[in-house]
Design a protein around this ligand. Structure first.
Ligand SMILES: Nc1ncnc2c1ncn2[C@@H]1O[C@H](COP(=O)(O)OP(=O)(O)OP(=O)(O)O)[C@@H](O)[C@H]1O
Length: 209
């Protein structure tokens, strides 16, 4: 479903990885590992179609990302280091706005249900800028639950979450995979127990080459 073939990338004239190849099918999770600066975020951005590699190809459902164009974005959620929320808007408005930007109508009742799931119902009408870091992360995670997309690309998704929220996110990731979704994540933290079947890929120049 998602295939990476002989991908090579460099940043500031320094090779990050070369000839990196792997494939993920529906229901699989991949944990990208590696030291600081190994290229995990860079690779996630390439997988999200936000940047391009020096060489090699990424395909989704057998078609190169370049050929998908903007249609590819409808297949994925990318949660990067920035939460992608509008600071002056509430979690409720942010969520409904994101849904509407992706062509979906998310009713207020459905959005409130999701915000209850992520533990933000009491903060649903507050401006995002007044939320704590962990609450902002929860507001960003609400998108995963409210807007159905098969491919989740999650960069350090557990950072800033308390233990209960980390466990809950672990369950959502496991459920997403068991219902046929794909998840690629980075994490320097131990993964919650709910994520049982996860493949690991260590990014190092020697292992990727
Ligand atoms: N836009 C850029 N311009 C120049 N160098 C960059 C750019 N983006 C990333 N890099 C460099 O590429 C390397 C890999 O960065 P990246 O963020 O992908 O690493 P990472 O494995 O995610 O690290 P961490 O574990 O610290 O989050 C780093 O040396 C970084 O300085």
């Amino acid at each position: 479903m998602l295939s990476v073939s002989r991908l090579s990338a460099e940043r500031a004239d320094r090779p990050l990885f070369t000839n990196l190849s792997f494939a993920l099918n529906a229901g699989q999770c991949l944990h990208l590992r590696g030291a600081n600066g190994a290229g995990k975020t860079s690779l996630l951005k390439m997988l999200a179609g936000l940047s391009t590699a020096q060489d090699g190809e990424i395909t989704w459902q057998g078609k190169a990302l370049a050929a998908w164009g903007d249609d590819y974005y409808a297949a994925l959620h990318y949660l990067g280091h920035k939460d992608g929320l509008k600071d002056l808007l509430s979690p409720l408005t942010n969520l409904r706005l994101t849904a509407s930007l992706s062509g979906q109508v998310l009713s207020e009742a459905a959005a409130l249900k999701t915000l209850t799931q992520v533990g933000l119902i009491r903060q649903c009408d507050l401006a995002v800028r007044s939320l704590s870091q962990g609450q902002k992360k929860r507001a960003a995670l609400a998108r995963l639950l409210a807007i159905s997309r098969p491919l989740w690309l999650l960069d350090e998704p557990f950072v800033g979450l308390d233990q209960a929220a980390q466990n809950q996110l672990g369950e959502w990731i496991a459920q997403h995979a068991s219902s046929g979704g794909l998840v690629i994540l980075t994490s320097h933290q131990a993964l919650p127990k709910a994520i049982q079947n996860i493949t690991e890929l260590e990014l190092t120049m020697s292992s990727a080459a």
